[in-house]
Ligand binder design. Structure first.
Ligand SMILES: Nc1nc2c(ncn2[C@@H]2O[C@H](COP(=O)(O)OP(=O)(O)O)[C@@H](O)[C@H]2O)c(=O)[nH]1
Ligand SMILES: [Mg+2]
Length: 271
């Protein structure tokens, strides 16, 4: 269990307790970014068995906190990872149903607000529309076929985290969740959505900002553009190849390929 925290002193003890109650066998890693409210000190003082603390010096974003948490766990040989917010928006009681698909062979399980049975009881219409609009845009642009790709309550098998190349994941906010979904899908993961009820935080403050929304929108547009450019490139190359069958360019291409193969050992020998 990776629990990112920034100023969650009002929630951390309860959330750790409830995770323990729901999934006693899980190890928990709190990734704290130097919370000024003393969240990390509270975790250290509680000294709970099976609860680890990764302290980072400054607020570096949700995506970077998860990347650090996943690396920590992969180095120690954990085979499944769960993302959960520390503000009790994600009900720890749903953990058994969230991790169940991993036991049945799925590599990603998303706690989804937008599949039948999922809900957000107390959100303002503005946040609801923003979230639905963002999800629609990401899904349409990237062909994700996932109802809730911005959801932050999810479980991953270690195998997919290894294939995703975490070091090159760049997004920090909602964009991080979309990027992980996009990469997992491209890497051939089976992605399952499990209905959850997302309740808005009661204590502490949200770190959601306009910058986070803009980052997600910009990155989705960029990934989609890159995807289309790659597709157009493939079509043009295919056309070029068809045009040159039996034509005068063919011998030249063959010579080029041979030259490249020949050149390889020379390059490595020079090094
Ligand atoms: N370590 C770390 N945790 C963060 C950071 N930003 C947000 N969080 C945590 O990520 C979770 C989700 O953030 P929250 O502010 O509730 O976002 P919201 O649910 O979209 O409003 C909470 O547990 C936060 O404490 C960050 O920069 N670093
Ligand atoms: Mg929250």
């Amino acid at each position: 269990m990776v629990v990112p925290t920034y100023n969650e002193a009002a929630n951390i003890e309860t959330v750790l307790d409830r995770i323990r109650g729901a999934l006693p066998e899980a190890e928990i890693l709190v990734v704290d970014d130097g919370s000024p409210d003393g969240t990390a000190e509270m975790v250290a003082q509680l000294g709970l068995e099976g609860v680890h603390l990764l302290r980072r010096s400054r607020k570096a974003g949700l995506g970077s906190a998860y990347r650090a948490g996943f690396r920590w766990g992969l180095e120690r040989g954990f085979d499944a990872f769960v993302e959960i917010d520390a503000d009790l928006s994600h009900d720890p009681g749903a953990l058994p149903s969230l991790v169940a698909p991993l036991r049945q062979g799925a590599e990603v399980s998303i706690g989804s607000r937008y599949v039948p049975g999922g809900s957000i009881p107390n959100w303002s219409w503005f946040r609801y529309l923003l979230s639905r609009g963002g999800n629609w845009y990401a899904s349409a642009m990237l062909g994700l076929k996932v109802a809730d790709s911005t959801a932050g309550y999810r479980a991953y098998g270690a195998s997919i985290l290894r294939r995703i190349e975490l070091d090159s994941v760049r997004a920090e906010g909602y964009g991080f969740q979309i990027e992980m979904t996009y990469r997992a899908k491209r890497a051939g993961a089976t992605i399952v959505e499990v209905p959850i009820s997302f309740v808005d935080r009661v204590a502490g403050e949200s770190k959601m900002s306009t910058a986070i929304v803009v980052e997600a929108f910009g990155l989705v547009t960029w990934w989609a553009a890159r995807q289309w450019m790659a597709k157009v490139g493939v079509i043009l190359r295919r056309r070029g190849q068809r045009g040159s069958v039996g034509g005068e360019h063919e011998p030249e291409a063959a010579v080029g390929a041979a030259a490249e193969v020949d050149a390889a050992p020379v390059r490595s020998w020079r090094q």
